[in-house]
Ligand binder design. Structure first.
Ligand code: PMP
Length: 306
């Protein structure tokens, strides 16, 4: 796929796109021992700004911790590299993908003496689940694959190896004609999407699975909770949501840095609400885009200017 970008920042250097390669015996390739982030820069009213970059950096370093992985660059260095990359490429808006992984040294499972490699790429990326998705919502399938429990692997870390579960769930759904999956946790309650958190609206109140349900602590989840509370909604973020509650919801939607706020209009064979984007979803989606494009002019603290 041609992403129309010339450069990737890799191990401290700006490297031509085609030369940003790794050895085939890279530890992270064999064992999924990498951690990554996904953020977006938006073309805002005040120029290009990265949305909640500090929070993405926090989570990047936090994800490395359980693996005892030394990122090797501090926040200022990673921020400077990212800003310089966006400026060099003249990207007014972009998806930003920092990744760190155990590199090439030996292939024992122990990463002792294996160097950490790091890269940051950025490229233009439109709506994650398709142009129609934001307006009309997506059809999702409840995956037959359960999510790993947080006692099996830290689910609050964005570890590369975790995403084979996301791939299995998403591809199963797409083979059945759906756009995306909903993944249940080991108890059979709702966890999240393969790359999104999930929200439910019922009787004017908002619900989202608790962090203890083996989900990622999504930054968009936190943003949407904040926006909803600012608009007077009651948000219940410490609940578990049973599979059956999906069917009877008034509205459902996904959140994510890539997926932004995407309505869900059908789960398996069941239409949700009136089968299109619901009013609360629409209000919060509008609020989200007003915020990230900085039209709302508030939450300055959430922007890193390019
Ligand atoms: N859950 C999973 C499994 C994800 O990969 C993502 C995307 N990072 C999310 C939720 C949403 O998180 P965020 O809003 O921080 O992008």
């Amino acid at each position: 796929e041609d992403m129309d970008v010339e450069t990737i920042w890799q191990n401290g250097e700006f490297t031509p796109w085609d030369e940003a390669t790794v050895h085939v015996l890279t530890h992270g390739l064999h064992y999924g021992s990498g951690i990554f982030e996904g953020a977006r820069a938006y073309d805002t009213d005040q120029g290009t700004g990265i949305f909640r970059w500090d929070d993405h950096l926090d989570r990047f370093y936090a994800s490395a911790k359980p693996y005892d992985m030394d990122i090797g660059y501090d926040r200022e260095e990673l921020t400077e590299a990212t800003l310089e990359l966006l400026r060099r490429e003249g990207l007014e808006s972009a998806y930003i993908r920092p990744i760190a992984f155990f590199g090439y040294h030996s292939l024992g499972i122990s990463p002792e003496d294996v160097p950490t490699e790091i890269a940051i790429a950025a490229w233009p990326w439109g709506s994650y689940l398709g142009d129609d998705a934001l307006e009309n919502g997506v059809k999702v399938m409840i995956s037959s694959w359960r999510k790993h429990h947080s006692s099996q692997i830290p689910t609050n870390a964005k570890t590369t190896g975790l995403y084979v579960n996301s791939m299995l769930a998403g591809e199963e759904a797409r083979r059945h004609g759906f756009v995306e999956a909903i993944v249940l946790n080991k108890d059979g309650d709702v966890a999240e999407g393969p790359g999104e958190n999930l929200f439910l609206v019922r009787d004017g109140e908002i619900f989202t699975p608790a962090l203890s349900e083996s989900i990622l602590d999504g930054i968009t989840r936190d943003t949407v909770i904040t926006l909803a509370r600012e608009r007077g909604y009651t948000v219940n973020e410490n609940v578990s949501i049973s599979r059956g509650e999906l069917n009877t919801a008034d509205e459902l939607f996904f959140t994510g840095s890539a997926a932004e706020v995407t309505p869900i209009r059908q789960v398996n064979n069941v239409e949700i609400g009136n089968g299109s984007r619901g009013p609360v979803t629409e209000e919060l989606q509008q609020a989200y885009f007003d915020l990230v494009e900085h039209r709302a002019g508030d939450h300055d603290e959430w922007f890193t200017d390019v």
